[in-house]
Design a protein around this ligand. Structure first.
Ligand SMILES: Nc1ncnc2c1ncn2[C@@H]1O[C@H](COP(=O)(O)OP(=O)(O)OP(=O)(O)O)[C@@H](O)[C@H]1O
Length: 600
């Protein structure tokens, strides 16, 4: 059994080292700061450890005077004054070093925290869409904020207090043993008990604080969802239900918090109790030794000071152990994401020129999380400068085709060629830069209208921005706003109508001036007249560019060079508008139906 336990410990220790080993590169980046911090810590503690000795000398002087060994009071006064000045000097210097210690080690931990956050953020940007489907936004945010903060504790306080503890311990214990080994042994007896109890208590505190954190996350998520869906909540008149749910959650959070505070409240009393026991030991055993004549009175005073100086570092051993355990758990979670390889890889580092010919060859695609085969043996070709329209029922695979053109996913079977080259062999950045994509749900950033359009081209002039807005038929709306192009679009564009958001999103794609323009059912929220105007503008702009339009409306697709009709992931019809209205099928049915609706 002990052997198995030892093995278990070894493997736990190894995995513990493994997660935190990832951070060694940061130690090496900031090695000079770290070494300086360690030197300063050593100096600060060695200085602080001079005080007990000065106190011993003072008490001994006073004792010698009372015993009549010194008779001149002036000598005693001079000696005591000297000692007081020494104590003040040492305290000031030690305080200054403590300040420098925080400036080096704690600042280092903040710098590493900053670097680590940037590293995780950059990794998030590299990862593919699939990763975001599998992991919740809250979790991503938590790892970059909460987990990084816990890891910072390992770089900062854990290192600082460990150094503190080591120096104090080694120097104080050597000094104490050199004075009186027997008294030292008795004095130090309660300290391991203190360390173990603090360790156990810290674990309980950590467990409870993790539960509190989880409840706080739930509270935030609940509040965030309620405010996001406030219009639905109000229109269904379920505010009271929402209030009751929130109250339930706050009540449980309060109870968990009380549990946590109960454990935290034990921390200091426990420390004071054990310091008290050590002090009693010093006074009792020290008293006996004094009566025996083995030590002077000053030694008892000196030992009491050592005990009080050692208590905090000893308590810190337990605390630091639990900080390191938490950091290890957090770093494990961070490593999971940092080591995650993006599924969509850039296989071509050399730049690729994209002209815009797109060819699907027997493409089959299955979403791996749902196992839904969204495209089944799909083949078509669009030449550069042509317009392809995609039509079909909801869920027939239209958006999937678009996602594959932008290489947000790789095909399961078959291939996609762009300009006769397999899409997977093209430079991924160049491919995406050559696509202007207008998604089904327009997303606007919390910024001005101008900056939302400029997102497509950072360096665009005001004139160019206006032209893009005119082409997207939104300019006349924008200039009606008080602040015009500088109108701030609230969180997720709540101040704009659905159609206005869609058109700003179109302007953003137009300003990019890409080789391939993709419109995913992005005119659904505008009326047919506005749609007609925008489409006419787009046909003008997109000469020499390849366009892909997804729509449910015949009016949006009738001028396209090629129309494909999808059903359950398969192409069921393919041709031009004239060809497709001439034959019976889905397209003709839709055409007749929409013609009828127009007449009504
Ligand atoms: N991200 C995804 N993960 C898993 N399955 C998906 C995902 N996106 C779409 N699907 C599934 O793939 C199928 C095709 O979806 P797709 O979005 O391509 O259809 P669509 O024709 O664009 O529909 P709509 O007209 O409603 O936008 C659907 O059955 C859908 O449930």
């Amino acid at each position: 059994m002990p052997y198995i336990r030892a093995l278990k410990f070894e493997s736990t220790f190894y995995s513990f080292m493994k997660a935190l080993k990832y951070l060694n590169k940061y130690f090496s980046k900031y090695k000079y700061r770290l070494i300086l911090g360690i030197i300063i810590t050593v100096c600060s503690k060695i200085l602080a450890l001079q005080v007990p000795q000065i106190i011993r000398n003072s008490v001994n002087t006073a004792e010698d005077y009372s015993k009549g060994l010194i008779t001149d009071i002036a000598v005693v006064k001079a000696d005591l004054l000297n000692n007081i000045l020494l104590i003040v000097g040492v305290a000031l210097l030690s305080g200054f070093f403590t300040f420098l210690m925080r400036q080096t080690i704690i600042v280092m931990s903040r710098l590493i925290e900053f670097d680590l956050k940037n590293e995780i953020y950059a990794q998030y940007q590299r990862l593919s869409l699939n990763f975001y489907k599998k992991n919740q936004t809250g979790d991503l945010m938590n790892r970059i904020s909460e987990d990084v903060s816990k890891v910072r504790m390992y770089f900062g306080p854990a290192i600082m207090y460990t150094m503190n503890m080591l120096v104090l311990f080694v120097v104080a214990i050597i000094k104490m043993y050199s004075i009186d080994p027997k008294l030292t042994t008795y004095t130090l007896l309660p300290l391991p008990v203190l360390s173990v109890s603090i360790y156990i208590l810290s674990r309980i505190i950590n467990k409870r604080s993790t539960i509190v954190q989880q409840y706080l996350s739930k509270l935030t998520a609940n509040a965030q969802e309620t405010f996001s869906g406030i219009s639905i909540l109000k229109s269904y008149g379920i505010e009271n239900k929402a209030i009751a749910e929130f109250e339930d959650l706050t009540n449980t959070t309060k109870e968990k918090n009380i549990d946590l505070f109960k454990a935290q409240a034990l921390f200091f009393p426990l420390m004071i109790l054990l310091i008290g026991i050590s002090n009693v030991m010093v006074v009792y055993i020290g008293g006996l030794r004094y009566i025996e004549g083995s030590i002077s009175l000053g030694v008892i005073a000196e030992f009491i000071m050592y005990v009080n100086m050692l208590t905090w570092p000893v308590a810190v051993v337990g605390w630091v152990t639990s900080i390191i355990q938490q950091a290890e758990a957090s770093q494990k979670r961070i490593n999971e994401f940092l080591k995650h390889e993006p599924e969509i890889k850039n296989n071509q580092l050399k730049p690729s020129t994209i002209n815009g010919k797109i060819e699907f060859k027997n493409v089959t695609f299955t979403y791996d999380d749902t196992d839904i085969t969204a495209l089944d043996n799909v083949s078509f070709t669009i030449k550069r400068g042509e317009t392809l329209a995609i039509l079909g029922n909801t869920g027939s695979g239209k958006s999937t085709i678009i996602n594959l053109i932008a290489r947000l996913y790789d095909v399961s079977n078959g291939s996609i060629n762009i300009d006769n080259k397999n899409i997977e062999q093209l430079n991924l950045d160049n491919l995406r830069q050559s696509i202007g994509f207008v998604p089904q749900e327009a997303f606007l950033f919390s910024d001005t209208i101008k900056n939302n359009i400029k997102f497509g081209d950072e360096n665009a002039s005001d004139k160019k921005i206006e032209q893009a807005a005119k082409d997207a038929y939104i300019h006349h709306n924008i200039i009606d706003f008080n602040e015009g192009y500088d109108t701030y679009v609230g969180e997720r564009g709540v101040t704009l109508s659905g159609g206005q958001k869609q058109r700003i999103s179109i302007a953003r794609a137009i300003i990019k001036n890409p080789q391939i323009l993709i419109f995913d059912d992005c005119l659904s929220a505008v009326d047919t007249e506005t749609e007609e105007i925008i489409l006419n503008n787009l046909y003008k702009i997109s000469k020499n560019k390849t366009s892909v339009i997804v729509s449910h409306r015949i009016s949006s697709v009738k001028n396209a060079d090629k129309i494909i009709v999808l059903n359950k992931g398969k192409i069921i019809q393919q041709g031009s508008h004239t060809e497709l209205v001439a034959i019976d099928g889905y397209y003709k049915e839709l055409f007749d139906q929409q013609l009828l609706e127009k007449e009504i």
